[in-house]
Design a protein around this ligand. Structure first.
Ligand code: NAD
Length: 437
């Protein structure tokens, strides 16, 4: 094992998890971030993000981890540098690479013989551009490898340590081999390829998963028209090994920091190279409309929404994370407030009070507090605690016991027994009527 520690630039969801998992595999790791508050917390042994198991893994590997805000400190000891900074969407829909470029410039300015390993999701062609930039900056001793990351927030540690595959794209064989060696101890398929191909594997994977979600959501919408049950349809489809059961859960659409921006970025990338990626337009549009269909469902049940009170259950983009980026709840809350609705909300990750992403929304400390007096509830995020919620108490607390289940998460029969008027996404005609209490 290389005695020099690895460097990880950016200690967010991907950077911190990667760093800690590499430490778990036995490597020394220097974690660098420009966010001083984040690094100060990490130095105190605190973990600034919520990810199951991460706090313990950080503590277990504390001796192999160090934290800094200084590129000088990072580059004093590290030869192999993972870049895991954020690549958010720019207003044009292209990936904003300014943070990647900043990191590359800082590293180039300090020269030396180094290997950059790109973990951030970057458009195809970035490896070639960065390599040309490094040469132009007089830092030709720094070489480039692509090693896209596929972890899911909420299951990030398991995904990193037991991945479906590791993809490594390199310009030089020895660089790819050096990166592959770092993963020794992980038993999985390794795909060694060119840099552009590795970059494309990441975008194509996310775009395909998003397509699956929009596909099943459209099937759900048709199920509602024809009285079929999308859950059973998805089950029946998923038994076909050519299709598989994953990513066939109908709901109010995908969100998060990856799918929306990566699908947009691939669409723009295709457009910039002269190809009109028609299918992705539909995937994006279906997803945007799916969030708004919930408002239509509320109107169908309640009539005008002006003056109504609606409780949102769950705000994070999915359970087991504190990440709110591109969460469906943001669009939904905004739409409801625009319709004149009083919006209350509860999420296990959010403190009571106001939140800048949810202006005008009263965030409550308990689910029953959010439900008190509500004319309807919308289940937005399938947090396990909502499956255990005392729905009979919810019915008693609500002005009208209507639940729109945006994730088909609550058992419709249990909801009916509790006295809830229940509607899911694409569940057809079989939803039981509430049992009179
Ligand atoms: P994040 O926002 O959680 O973390 C990024 C970190 O980089 C932040 O702490 C930020 O302060 C730091 N940073 C920004 N500019 C910097 C600079 N110039 N120097 C040093 N640090 C800097 O982002 P994330 O969710 O971890 O995503 C990182 C990349 O990984 C993105 O490209 C994303 O698309 C990709 N990715 C994310 C996931 C995911 O589930 N979050 C999964 C796979 C891939």
């Amino acid at each position: 094992m290389d005695a020099a520690p690895l460097g990880v630039v950016g200690t967010g969801y991907v950077g911190l998890v990667s760093a800690v998992c590499f430490a778990h595999l036995g490597h020394g790791v220097v974690c660098m971030d420009i966010d001083e508050a984040k690094i100060a917390r990490l130095e105190r042994g605190e973990v600034p993000i919520y990810e199951p198991g991460l706090e313990k893994l950080v503590a277990d590997n504390a001796a192999r981890l160090s934290f800094t805000t200084s590129y000088d400190v990072l580059l004093e000891s590290c030869r192999i540098l993972f870049i895991a900074v954020d690549t958010p969407p720019s207003p044009s829909g292209d990936a904003d690479l300014s943070r990647v470029q900043h990191a590359v410039r800082e590293i180039a300015a300090r020269g030396g013989e180094r290997l950059l390993v790109m973990k951030s999701t970057v458009p195809v062609g970035t490896g070639e551009t960065v390599t040309a930039d490094l040469e132009a900056l007089g830092a030709a001793g720094i070489t480039y490898t692509s090693n896209p990351e596929f972890l899911r927030e909420g299951a990030a540690i398991q995904d990193f340590l037991e991945p479906d595959r590791i993809v490594i794209g390199s310009f030089r064989e020895e660089d790819g081999a050096a990166v592959e060696a770092l993963y020794r101890g992980i038993d999985t398929d390794v795909v060694r390829t060119s840099v552009p191909t590795a970059e494309m594997v990441k975008y194509a994977s996310n775009a395909f998963l998003a397509t699956k979600i929009s596909f099943i959501n459209e099937i759900a919408n048709v199920c509602e028209q024809v009285g079929a049950d999308v859950k059973t349809v998805a089950y029946g489809m998923g038994l076909d090994h050519r299709i598989g059961p994953h990513f066939l859960q109908a709901g109010i659409g995908y969100g998060g920091s990856c799918f929306p921006k990566d699908v947009q970025a691939l669409k723009q990338l295709a457009g910039n190279s002269g190809y009109h990626f028609q299918l992705l337009n539909a995937v994006i549009e279906v997803n945007a409309l799916q969030k708004r269909r919930v408002v239509g469902k509320l109107k169908d049940r309640l009539g005008s929404l002006r003056g109504a009170t609606v409780a949102l259950l769950g705000l994070t983009f999915k359970p087991h994370t504190d990440d709110l980026r591109e969460a469906a709840s943001i669009v939904l809350a905004g739409r409801l407030i625009h319709e004149g609705v009083t919006v209350k909300a509860y999420d296990p990750m959010l403190d009571a009070g106001d939140h800048p992403l949810f202006p005008g929304v009263e965030i409550c400390a308990e689910p029953l507090e959010a439900l008190a007096g509500a004319d309807a509830a919308v289940l937005v995020t399938e947090w396990p605690e909502f499956a255990r919620l005392d729905w009979a108490a919810a019915v008693a607390a609500m002005a009208r016991p209507l639940l729109i289940d945006g994730r088909n998460f609550v058992d419709p029969a249990a909801a009916a027994r509790a006295g809830l008027e229940y509607e899911g996404i694409g569940l057809g005609d079989d939803v039981p009527a509430p049992v009179a209490g």
